[in-house]
Design a protein around this ligand. Structure first.
Ligand code: C2O
Ligand code: CU
Length: 455
């Protein structure tokens, strides 16, 4: 690891922050709920810096449980990756930890704990890494954090997990629908998209009754950075009266593509450019395949009534983004090379959803997948279940290896029901790297393993 660290390019800049994880009363917009949060806010305070800067964060754990911070999507040094008992000891209640690492790549990232179901509390925030070479063809930048919310409104995340562990998936709730139908344009993630019914969905921590408002002016070019910080919900995102020009997936550039709507799995990010119209427009994130109420924000460039919370803009059913619409920019493309090593990740449900497996095992009983520094590694992910899994790899940004969207760079990819998807990456960041489903309940019920490059 020392050699890799010494070789990192840096700006010499240092960004220092204090971060307190603690219980907090949070106003979601008319409803005040007890939850856990960073610095008393949901989402927590955004961290912004430039690629090559060094980030130093002093975490103070004021929770009643151990915690860690994971810097989702960053190819950072392994001992700062925040995976308890794999890359660091969990930070005990009352204790602290100093995170200190170089942030290598520009893009839209975020951070959250990597302990239990803490992700499904308010502990999450955006991490935005500016690109010194960005042409910046936009006037404004807006970060939107999408989140499924239960804490203080419904069951606690730990109660939900306990129930799943005991009862598995409630097949009865599916009412005899054919959950085995394959994904289709209407159901891009398949029929069964999640296990949890949420009382609310939020954009930037606000309920639709008191939506977050983006104030701009007609004709302005706005770069939206979309982050799905949800635990069990894919979102279909659209802005009424606007088209979206997709420019980045998980922080890395793609050839710009115009769509009306896109589906974003848990842990995924998209950057989209929008030219603001004249008026007040609904910005919606509809829980994909769920009956839950949608999340709403408002884009406002003129006076006029606030869009109704139950409004479903027509864009939601127009041109929807598929991975196959995307190709990487030259700068983002991974050089083409034959894999030196091919590993498989078989994704399976067991015991009616009481356990979720990778290669037949739950995390803890897993066999780490060994790789060696310098190799080109191919992961073949076979979803042998009827639910989609947003599969995330720590410490690397892989490239889709074949099929629709081949070449695009991502760190989290939706593997659809009964689909097989292959991704390639460069083993250029030594350490023990988690790869797992970003449905936090699937992860906690076992769907996690480790890719191990220990020199
Ligand atoms: Cu955002 Cu291991 O996850
Ligand atoms: Cu999953």
């Amino acid at each position: 690891m020392a050699a890799t660290e010494a070789a990192r390019r840096t700006t010499g800049g240092v960004v220092r922050r204090e971060l307190m994880a603690a219980p907090a009363m949070i106003d979601l917009g008319g409803k005040v709920v007890p939850t856990w949060a960073y610095d008393g806010a949901v989402p927590g305070p955004q961290i912004s810096l430039t690629a090559g800067d060094r980030l130093q964060v002093r975490l103070s754990n004021q929770l009643t449980a151990p915690t860690t911070v994971h810097w989702h999507g960053l190819a950072l040094r392994n001992d700062m990756d925040g995976v308890p008992d794999l890359t660091m000891k969990p930070v005990a209640p009352g204790a602290g930890f100093d995170y200190d690492f170089i942030v290598p790549d520009p893009g839209t990232y975020w951070f959250h704990p990597h302990v239990g179901t803490q992700l499904d509390t308010g502990l999450q925030a955006a991490l935005i890494v500016a690109d010194p070479n960005e042409p910046g063809a936009y006037d404004e930048e807006v970060v939107l954090v999408l989140d499924d919310w239960t804490d203080g409104l419904g069951d606690s995340p730990t109660a939900i997990l306990d129930r799943m562990r005991a009862q598995g998936m409630k097949m009865a709730a599916m009412g005899g629908m054919n959950m085995n139908a394959p994904p289709s344009p209407n159901e891009p993630l398949g029929m069964d998209t999640g296990d949890v019914k949420y009382p609310a969905h939020l954009i930037n921590g606000k309920l639709p009754a008191a939506p977050a408002t983006i104030t701009s002016a007609p004709g302005k070019r706005i770069r939206f950075r979309l982050i799905n910080a949800g635990s069990d919900t894919g979102y279909r995102f659209a802005i009424g009266g606007h088209r979206l020009t997709v420019t980045h997936t998980d922080g890395f550039g793609v050839q710009p593509v115009e769509v009306d709507t896109l589906v974003i799995g848990m842990g995924e990010r998209y950057d989209v450019l929008v030219t603001a119209g004249d008026g007040a427009f609904p910005v919606v994130a509809v829980p994909e395949g769920k009956q839950d109420p949608a999340a709403l924000a408002v884009l406002r460039t003129a006076s006029g009534p606030t869009p109704r919370a139950d409004l479903r803009p027509a864009e939601l059913t127009r041109k929807i983004l598929a991975y196959g619409d995307l190709t990487p920019t030259a700068a983002a493309a991974l050089e083409s090379r034959k894999p030196d090593r091919e590993l498989k990740l078989d994704l399976q449900m067991a015991d009616g959803g009481r356990r979720w497996l990778v290669n037949g095992a739950t995390y803890g009983d897993h066999t780490p997948l060994d790789i060696k520094a310098g190799e080109r590694v191919r992961l073949t992910m076979s979803n042998q279940s009827m639910m989609f899994h947003p599969m995330h790899l720590h410490g690397h940004t892989f490239a889709l290896a074949a099929g629709p969207g081949a070449g695009i760079r991502k760190d989290t990819v939706n593997v659809l029901p009964v689909q097989t998807l292959t991704v390639d990456f460069r083993a250029d960041n030594p350490g023990q790297w988690m790869t797992h489903c970003h449905n936090v309940y699937h992860g906690e019920l076992g769907m996690m393993t480790v890719v191990s490059d220990v020199v």
